[in-house]
Structures are given as structure tokens and as C-alpha cells.
Design a binder for this molecule. Sequence first.
Ligand code: URA
Length: 256
Amino acid sequence: MPRDVYHLDLNSEKIKSACHVILPGDPGRVKAIAETPPFSNTMEIANKREFRTCLGYIHNMPALVTSTGIGGPSTSIAIEELAQLGVKTFLRVGTTGAIQQNIDIGDVIITSGAVRLDGASAHYAPLEYPAVAHYTLINALAEAAKELEIPYHVGITCSSDTFYPGQERCDSFSNYVPRRFNGITEEWRKLNVLNYEMEAATLLTMCSVFGLKGGCVEGVIVNRTGSEHITKEDMELGESNAVKVAVKAMEKLIVS
Ligand code: URA
């Protein structure tokens, strides 16, 4: 009997030796992503805690979609256990808040490297170690966005363990941003960081440490230079553009 990994409720037989995975944060997005063409014959194969997995086929090759939950700790579990089962290519798809003025709602950001403002990646490598995407994933994502005519930006992402203080949000329960983070968005902006999200640094560090391929694409749902407010329409636009780019990029990686 193949061994089940500890959290994901998966084993090598269940995943049909798939080597590629798309990783959204939200379990509620997994099925829709895994049913986006050219995915076919999709079925749900696990659903435990925040980790839901669908198996589908892209040009007859098995490919997975697994949710990570929010943030570094649960993302690290998903990557660890999928890597233990033989997965080699990890493509995160998510949403993000832009911090540069020239980035619009619905654009996608392709992360070339991430500021490690998470905690989980430091359990895998010292902070001096870079969180960088594999060039094949950056290229596939950029080509996919170009073909789909979805505006895209390639650059540095800040991955924060918290949505509120770490991303310098004042619209929180306390309205207080600790001194460590007060003014940090302006500093990241000056350092040409494009956006905030919560998982890229963990994923990219782990993939580099393991000798595996990692990449991230995020759909912009808010631009923090103009507003803190996230509308349902903006959320849907950012999400759906990022998913289109991720699935097309995955197709390119699988057929290449
Ligand atoms: N996800 C984040 O982490 N931050 C945002 O601003 C939007 C989505």
C-alpha cells in the first residue's frame, strides 16, 4: 500500500504520479481551476482541513490543483508533502495588493523574487538565502499573459505573514501599525517592490532549497496607493485573470 502523507490525505497512487501542481490558497477555488480548459477528466481526490486536491489531465498528463490555505505555515506543509510524493513543479496562483501606481486592478504580477517577511521560509534556509522563482516558470507565465493579452508585471513581491500589520493596514481592529511596519510600504515602493501577498516567499525558498521548480502569479484586487477597499468585482477580475494565466502557463510547462 502506498504511504499517505500526514496532512493532505494523498498518496502516490491517488495522484497518479503527477509531477505538476497549481496551488491556490482558497479550497473554494480548487475545482473551478481544475475544470478550466485544457484540464479534462477532473475529479476531487482529497479534502482535509484547508487542503483540497483535484486531479485532472492536461494533454493526457496528470496535473494537480491543491489549496494551501492562507500564509506560510500551511503552504509549507502542502509543498513538503507534495514534494514527498514526487511533485516537481509548483505554481502558486493567488490575489494581491499592488503598491506601485502604474499597476491596475485585474493586472497580474509574476513574482521574480520575494521579500521574506514570512516566518516559515526561515525554517528552511537562513534569511540571507534568496526566495527566487525558477526561470522556466517566469517565462511560461509571461508568455501566457502575453497570449491572453492580460497586462502583466514581472518583479519583486513582499510576502507578509499578516494581512494587517505586516502590510501596513490601518483599517484593522486596533487601527495601530507597530513601529516596525510604520512607513514600510513607502520603503518597499522606493525599493521597487510591486505588491503584497502572503505565500510566495515560503514557496520560492522551499522550491530552491529542494531543487524543485517554483513560480507565482497573483491577480491584483486592490491598489494600495489609491484605496484600501476591496470590492467583489475587483476580487473576481483579479482572481479570474490570474487563474487564466496560471492554467495556460501550466499547459506550456507540461507540453514543453
Ligand atoms: N492578499 C494580500 O495578502 N494582500 C492584499 O492586499 C490582497 C490580497
